[in-house]
Write a protein that binds this ligand. Sequence first.
Ligand code: PBG
Length: 337
Amino acid sequence: MSFPSTRLRRLRASAALRGLVRETELRAGQLVLPLFVSEELSAGASGAAQSSARVPVATMPGVSRLSIDAAVAEAGEAAGLGIPAVLLFGIPAEKDEQGSGAWDAEGAVQLATQAIKSAHPELLVITDVCLCEYTTHGHCGVLEPDGTVSNDATVELLARAAVSHARAGADIVAPSDMMDGRVGAIREELDGEGLGDVPILAYSAKFASAFYGPFRDAAGSTPAFGDRRAYQMDPANGREAVREAMLDVQEGADMVMVKPALAYGDLIRAIKEAAGLPVAAYNVSGEYAMVKAAAAAGHIDERAAVLEILTSLGRAGADVIITYHAKDAAQWLAEQK
Ligand code: PBG
């Protein structure tokens, strides 16, 4: 049957009809809010003013670097809006060649994890496992003398960082470095340390993207030389992205991620179908900054644009959506009800 007897507009005629046949419903329960926790802002937090410190990130309006106390407050706000999880990034006071701050039991992520879990036990704490915020050179692993990132030496350090996060109470660890074999190594180390119940959310298909710029400002993790193309993926490659995800599944990943999100909807779908486990999409800093800039200039309606973007990620196949818009989106979804 075709036109004129078939008319798809029939089911679009009213809000009730559109609601009845809507295929994808965005839920606050699938959102994750990233938080930047700064050791410097938390250190010697004796006075109230300092302990609740927030320093706005210029390239990401509405996002701040937080002291641990401020992160606890922010996490509480997210939980109050029905957001089930936060994703923690640490900004250490000092960096070194190896990135040893990444597994410091007293590091910003470890202390913030403890503080958030004790204040809001029901809220999930996911921790980003990477070395780039902790190394003086800003690369995601340790360097060989020739300046390349050493895969196997880095994997050991990542496993150490993941264990320290899990010991601090992290509910899920999320390696974002793109070294080969790190998921298996982290799984083995966690299991060996009696942390076998902690799931791994693997940043499986993470691309060498121009959309991470604002994040690197926020986290102070811009590489001092070169770029990340020798470990993060080539944006031109889709089959390889599926292969990365399947390897992570074999190594024991519980969830896999595609990052960035907006230009990679095809891969969210392909990996969803191939992997058969929950897929996360990371709506990254540059994607957030574009929307905020266009909205501030009056060029787009922020609320409508954000809800459309996040819904499209769900339609592409994302079960979990990591986004700096999480609080606004959850608020708007609640108002729609
Ligand atoms: C750390 C990491 C990055 C992001 C998440 N984890 C930066 C990078 O790879 O350079 C980017 C997140 C964002 O842009 O919002 N490796």
